[in-house]
Design a protein around this ligand. Sequence first.
Ligand SMILES: [Zn+2]
Length: 397
Amino acid sequence: MTAGGRSRHHERLLALIPYDTAVTMADLVRISGLSRPTLADMLHRLQAEGAMLCEPAVASGGRGRPAQRWRRRPPGGMFAALAFSRDSVRVRVANADDQAFAEREETLDVALNARGALDGGHRLLNECLATLDSDVESLTSLTLGLPCPVGDGNQPQTRGLLPDWVGFRPVEWLRDRLPGVRITAENDANLAAVGEILDGAGQGCRDLVYMKLAPGIGSALVIGGRLYRGAAGYAGEIGHVQINEMGHPCVCGARGCLAMELYIAARHSTGGEGGLLALTELFRRCDAGDIAAGRVLGRVGGLLGEQLGALANMIDPERVVVSTADVPPHPALLAGIRDGIRRTALPAVGDLPVIPSPLGIRAEPLGGIALARGAHLSGLAHFTASPERGRRGPGGV
Ligand SMILES: [Zn+2]
């Protein structure tokens, strides 16, 4: 028995169930391998302890008795996400069931002032808590989202990406100011992928590629219903795949990386500056009827798509979700991505849906809160994917 009096069998069953998903008895039989009578006994004991909630059965219109659904009771207290990009922070604080929440965002010089950025995030966190008539004493856990790979031990790999963060330990910095709060760091695209799976274009999906263009190119992989981080946290760094060995020098030390070549192509045609700004300028010109801008979007989308097609051949995702931060991805960019995927993927893989993110940058604090609450996506898709595997978008796309 554990210290709380609950047996290890009950603890193991609880560990299989994420906080954000209701499950049926059939789901639990499938993932636990236990019999229905054993599970029923365990669930009723956990319900009596207050660890599980049983939702009334709702008729679905199908044949047979409607299934009861079980939900894990969320932990108490408040949960927070501090989601940093290179030049801003978005903070969200919510209670266990998301019924009460507060959000703030601010433009900050994140890349060149690590302590100043964290100070700003910490201040916004306190403002959010005050809005909810709460304080740091009530905070249970916090996810820190950063625009860089995050390795074991919560250590961000910031070299070449966030100059002032090199050698700095942000999780320890926050722990000194938030004693007793469980704090974990996570890559920003990983946060967004979780947000999309729970509340956006990734719903019902267990094999997903999420791609974010803002201002570098980040991606996240969900494989078999789990976030895939790789051996050292570098999984998903598609922006640093070399596509031209004679290309432009990149911040990572190599030449001709996908992100660098793509944004330079966008800047060349707009004559302006900035990666994402050049892309959004192309969106605007394309909407105004500029055919040349549409061609450039098709070409940069194709560069992305060719790499995504190679990746799709390896992991066979159900769909790709694309985000361009504050603005929706332009249809011409998405069309270019689809063409590029078809050029490099097997025909049977190349028709996978490429879907614009409905959440944009908001996916990051949403996913951060879910991770803070402990929805680590472990087994999540066992419950949410359709029984027949296949590629389909949300709402039948
Ligand atoms: Zn690079």
